[in-house]
Design a binder for this molecule. Structure first.
Ligand SMILES: Nc1nc2c(ncn2[C@@H]2O[C@H](COP(=O)(O)OP(=O)(O)OP(=O)(O)O)[C@@H](O)[C@H]2O)c(=O)[nH]1
Ligand SMILES: [Mg+2]
Length: 418
């Protein structure tokens, strides 16, 4: 049931597993000067171009991971050509991701269990399989995968003495041992997640006194390849939590420029929704509306509780309770219990109780009088539908957010790129 409801939420995706593969480098070229009266032309093959990187561009306009491709490939570098013409660089693959995306490298799904990188044993095996293998020890057939030859020319050990720069010694670059782990929070930042392969060297590079006319050039290297898990944890200053139908979306509509759907049935909201509250002095507050939580959400009742990932980063939590029904404090206790089961840290965040639907009845008034007996948190009665007492709520929200920001001013810094 809950799965189906989640599926109904259109294209929204907050978790994705993708493959990023940077482009391979172009090959170097074997070529010689051919001109009238020049019998033995000097080598003039160009180098191959670099493969294109895969780059994550953090774009504040994006709010979902649904437009990220499952396979992101950088373009291949062009091959070198005669007359010392170098190959073109491969075009980079630029992937737009919303701020708040975390990136974690995972094992490729097709590797057998014992070869997976997670275990130390698996890591050793991986290194042995695709680890550093000196090209000198390779069989001729294997060696041909490193070199391009002049047509009809047979390698009889000439390539043994070729001076090859260190970075070319490994044809299949070993999978980086440090796994990529990034937290992309800074808007408009760019992070390279897979580097393109180097372009191969043309034959002039191997010319020496012993070998004036080298008839081989280097092939380009393969680009990096990684499997990544992207998870979107929305960045908002405050998050609304409440039972279904408590009026969270109505409250967001009342205080911000956002227009989430409002309807008198539970689970109207299926995706997190972000709104901005504008204050008179240009100060802004980002407020996130998420689907309703119910008792047992940690056991996947209702819509489950995985959407709580969108409020773990917010500075302040706002509990929206429907004060017009019997025993609203039980709802508050349910909410706090479910939050604790997701992450106990959530309960430590500064919070505020918005007692919604205060316009309703005498019961609402009686409940409001009793509510402080059940919680220490500040309580603001409002009517989101009729926009009553909204100013007081926004004022308190701002105060809490400013205090929380002053206490922990920095958003977590982006971890270094490996
Ligand atoms: N009388 C009254 N009705 C309200 C008030 N706030 C919201 N409602 C009504 O309550 C119903 C539910 O409101 P929503 O904003 O969709 O509730 P929600 O918490 O977002 O619900 P879900 O998205 O399903 O979790 C709607 O029919 C609203 O018109 C209020 O202050 N007074
Ligand atoms: Mg809603």
């Amino acid at each position: 049931m809950s799965y189906k409801l989640y599926q109904k939420s259109g294209n929204f995706k907050d978790i994705r597993r993708i493959l990023v593969r940077a482009g391979k480098g172009g090959s170097g070229c074997v070529s010689f000067v051919r001109e009238k009266y020049i019998i033995t032309g000097s080598p003039n093959g160009g180098n191959g171009g670099r493969g294109g990187d895969v780059v994550f561009q953090i774009d504040p306009r994006e709010t979902s991971l649904s437009f990220v491709e499952s396979v992101c490939k950088g373009g291949a570098g062009g091959h070198g050509a005669g007359k010392a013409q170098h190959g073109t660089h491969g075009s980079p693959c630029i992937v737009r991701v919303p701020p708040g995306t975390t990136v974690r490298e995972i094992d490729p799904p097709h590797l057998p269990k014992d070869q997976q990188l997670a275990s130390e044993e698996g890591q050793q095996l991986n290194r042995a399989v695709r680890g550093f293998k000196s090209w000198k020890k390779l069989q001729p057939a294997e060696r041909a995968t490193h070199f391009v030859y002049f047509p009809g020319w047979v390698d009889e050990g000439e390539t043994d003495d070729a001076e090859i720069p260190r970075e070319y010694l490994v044809r299949h670059p070993e999978r980086p041992r440090d796994r990529l782990h990034l937290d992309l929070t800074t808007p408009d930042d760019r992070v390279t997640v897979a580097r393109g392969g180097l372009g191969g060297l043309g034959n002039p590079h191997f010319a020496s006194n012993e070998m004036r006319l080298p008839k081989f050039a280097l092939r380009g290297l393969l680009g990096e390849e990684r499997w990544l898990e992207l998870e979107l944890k929305t960045i908002a200053d405050a998050g609304l939590v409440g039972l279904p139908n408590a009026g969270k979306s109505t409250f967001l509509r009342a205080v911000s420029n956002a227009h989430p759907k409002v309807a008198p049935y539970p689970f109207t909201t299926l995706n997190p929704y972000l709104g901005t509250v504008d204050y008179a002095d240009q100060w802004q507050l980002k407020l996130a509306d998420i689907p309703g939580l119910i008792a047992g959400a940690h056991q996947n009742h209702g819509l489950g509780h995985h959407f709580l990932r969108h409020i773990v980063r917010s500075h302040v939590l706002i509990y929206v309770v429907d004060i017009g029904k019997e025993n609203p404090w039980e709802d508050l206790a349910t909410l706090r219990r479910e939050l604790e089961l997701y992450s106990a840290d959530l309960l430590l965040k500064p919070s505020l109780v918005v007692a919604n639907k205060a316009d309703m009845t005498e019961l609402a008034k009686a409940n409001l009088a009793r509510l402080p007996d059940f919680t220490q948190l500040p309580i603001v009665p409002v009517s989101a539908k009729y926009e009553k007492n909204i100013r007081k709520a926004t004022y308190l929200m701002r105060k809490l957010v400013e205090e929380a920001k002053a206490a922990a001013p920095l958003t977590p810094p982006a971890s270094p790129v490996t």
